[in-house]
Design a protein around this ligand. Structure first.
Ligand code: GTP
Length: 235
């Protein structure tokens, strides 16, 4: 295996599957199966999940809602997704712990870095809910922050495209994919794979990011095995 401890970033929207709102149980259980394959290879897995399938703070703000209020609603949405994912992973007979950045002791453990690391060492899948716990930050930033804190080897950003392209492959037929790219090139070419806060935090801490298609069966295992899947951002 190429990596020992990874942080998997999943988008909330991906959980919708074919629906246009909420959580698709089929998609959820597919993800659980993919994750199980890498846990069985003794990879330590931490997960940050977005909340866009339920609520987006920014969208709320554009409709006149207070931005901070909207962001808190988004953070709660990530906890709902975290609970759903935890349930699906347990259904797949994995050990899991949900840790939240905003205390809600009745439903999850509070985030304590040392507890998170201990859970990982014991082979438990750790889900981080509640983003960074602060408004004005995205779940991508939460993913990078937690990855650095727990000493993850890499961020695996699971998306519905199979990597980073010269332009949006869903809009431009002539777009070509990069196998690997440097942080600087991503910046110079304005490729926007994450928001700037998340991206620079990753660059400053020399944490590589791998963008890959999470919806393709077997891809996650290929990624951690070091096969040439997706696009690696490093250096
Ligand atoms: P080890 O000490 O490494 O064995 O970890 P552990 O998580 O098995 O032990 P612990 O006794 O801390 O937790 C037992 C169970 O209680 C686990 O399912 C935890 O997720 C859960 N748990 C621990 N702290 C809290 C909390 O503050 N709130 C909630 N809701 N659950 C908690």
């Amino acid at each position: 295996m190429r990596y020992k401890r990874i942080l998997l970033k999943l988008s909330g929207e991906a959980l919708m599957g074919t629906r246009n709102y909420g959580i698709d149980p089929i998609r959820l259980s597919e993800y659980a199966k993919e994750i199980k394959k890498i846990v069985e290879k003794n990879i330590e897995v931490a997960i940050v999940i977005g909340g866009g399938n339920i609520f987006r703070g920014l969208a709320g703000a554009s409709n006149g809602m207070d931005r901070v209020q909207g962001d808190y609603m988004g953070m709660l949405a990530t906890v709902i997704n975290g609970l759903a994912l935890q349930s699906a992973l347990e259904e797949a007979e994995l050990q899991t712990r949900l840790l939240t950045s905003i205390e809600m002791k009745e439903i999850a453990e509070p985030f304590i870095k040392r507890r998170a690391v201990r859970h990982l060492e014991k082979g438990r899948v750790v889900i981080f809910g509640g983003g960074t716990g602060n408004p004005y930050f995205t779940t991508d930033t939460a993913a990078v922050l937690r990855a650095i804190e727990i000493g993850a080897d890499i961020i695996l950003k699971g998306t519905r495209v199979d990597g980073i392209y010269t332009s949006d492959p869903e809009k431009d037929d002539s777009a070509t994919k990069f196998d690997s790219i440097t942080f600087k090139e991503v910046m110079n070419k304005d490729l926007r794979i994450m928001d700037m806060t998340a991206f620079t935090l990753s660059e400053e801490n020399k944490l590589p990011i791998l963008v890959f298609d999470m919806n393709k069966k077997g891809n996650l295992l290929k990624v951690v095995s070091g096969k040439n899947v997706g696009t690696l951002v490093e250096g």
